[in-house]
Write a protein that binds this ligand. Structure first.
Ligand SMILES: [Zn+2]
Ligand SMILES: [Zn+2]
Ligand SMILES: [Zn+2]
Length: 151
């Protein structure tokens, strides 16, 4: 996206993009959304399109004109579209080299590292030895399993 279409009220409409590591409080960047300050869910493919206009109906993923449930993007609900902040990237790479594994949660989209001493890391590291990078996709994670309670 090389052009920003200014929103009448919010101008460039900057929204903080959080770090993909849910334990990190740093932002990974700032998105200038302009009028495209919404995310919406495709009724056809089920994927969420991020950074669309209030009336946009075309899915960014499958191109069907089937977007619905438009939600305004804010500093609170912005998904981590830029990945990790620089300090997490370094920390996570170091842990993976030492025997940890990358993970991505399919449910909430959070990413990070499973520490080297966790059962799943030990199991996977029998197949792909450190320091080679390896990752898993999880159906859910500690952050979306227990929404609300302090795990
Ligand atoms: Zn779609
Ligand atoms: Zn971070
Ligand atoms: Zn999750």
């Amino acid at each position: 996206m090389s052009h920003i279409y200014l929103d009448k009220e919010k101008g460039v409409n900057p929204v903080i993009v959080p770090c993909a590591n849910p334990e990190c409080k740093e932002g990974a960047g700032i998105a200038m959304l302009g009028i495209n300050g919404y995310m919406a869910t495709c009724q056809k493919c089920g994927k969420v399109s991020i950074g669309v206009g209030k009336l946009t109906s075309t899915c960014l993923n499958c191109k069907a004109r089937a977007l619905g449930n438009h939600v305004e993007l804010t500093n609170k609900n912005m998904p981590p579209i830029e990945g990790f902040c620089n300090s997490c990237k370094k920390k996570i790479e170091d842990e993976v080299k030492a025997g940890g594994i990358y993970y991505r949660c399919l449910k909430c989209g959070s990413q990070g590292v499973v520490k080297r001493d966790a059962d799943i890391s030990i199991e996977i590291r029998k197949k792909v030895a450190a320091p080679d990078p390896v990752g898993v996709e999880l159906p859910d994670c500690q952050y979306c399993q227990g929404e609300g309670d302090a795990a």
